[in-house]
Design a protein around this ligand. Structure first.
Ligand code: SAM
Length: 232
């Protein structure tokens, strides 16, 4: 069994492509490359013109929870390279005349037809207002956060950063969701603070954790799904 960096274990017998360690390539990079070349979601994303394998996490969450419907307004926090925005755009039927999907990331993103993409750090004070303005002042039906802070390697610092991002996303969701709306956020197992969960339970009819099959088994990543926003 090979331990893939930051991900799950891949059985040697399941590998279609084996990558030899070459001079100058670190073992971690070799295993990453091997995992990419053998990952069916990576191949599917390439064949279907999706920008990321992450796109299938939203597709699978949607299949399980029935999140997306035509005409819905969606905010995508941490949108780059744009897989989730692509999935949402395809289902809600957004257009340049009536944009229903707004995404934000501090990284550059190629345009997606009908989607407003802001290049901005979501933790900056003016980011929420910029998103609200981009939505034309309308309430959202779905707030998605796939944001992940870059890790420092210092466990306590990383944990605090992750929690901070989720809390900011949750506060924003409560500010902009229409009654009945849904909030989805990437969290890490063992990392959802009781205080945050209690706050979400107060504001939403149901809250649960879900790990879609496209999320690598060995990764601690999971998604918090809060549905039935009670309204402010
Ligand atoms: C896992 S990727 C998102 C993948 C995306 N859902 C997709 O399907 O293509 C996480 C993203 O969160 C972004 N991110 C992390 N912290 C952020 C912040 N403070 N503001 C904006 N974006 C942030 C990163 O730049 C990264 O692009």
């Amino acid at each position: 069994m090979a331990k893939a960096p930051g991900g799950g274990r891949q059985s040697e017998k399941d590998l279609k492509v084996r990558v030899k360690t070459s001079k100058g390539r670190k073992i971690g990079s070799t295993l990453w490359l091997q995992r990419q070349l053998n990952d069916p979601y990576v191949a599917r994303a390439r064949n279907e013109g999706m920008r990321s394998r992450a796109a299938y996490k939203l597709t699978e969450l949607d299949e399980r929870f029935g999140l997306l419907r035509k005409g819905m307004r969606v905010v995508d926090l941490g949108a780059a390279p744009g897989g989730w925005s692509q999935v949402a755009a395809g289902i809600v039927g957004t257009t340049a005349e009536n944009p229903l999907v707004v995404g934000i990331d501090y990284l550059d993103m190629d345009p997606i037809p009908g989607v407003i993409l802001l290049k901005k750090d979501f933790t900056e004070d003016d980011a929420p207002d910029m998103l609200i303005e981009a939505m034309g002042g309308h309430k959202a039906d779905l707030v998605l956060s796939d944001m992940a802070a870059p890790t420092t390697g210092h466990r306590a610092t990383d944990h605090l950063r992750i929690i901070h991002l989720v809390e900011l996303a949750a506060d924003f969701a409560i500010q902009v969701l229409a009654p009945g709306g849904t909030f989805i956020a990437k969290v890490f197992q063992g990392g959802t603070e009781h205080e945050l969960l209690a706050m979400l339970k107060k504001n939403f009819a149901t809250t649960q954790h879900a790990k879609p099959p496209a999320s690598r088994q060995g990764s601690a990543e999971t998604y918090l799904v809060a549905r039935g926003f009670r309204g402010t």
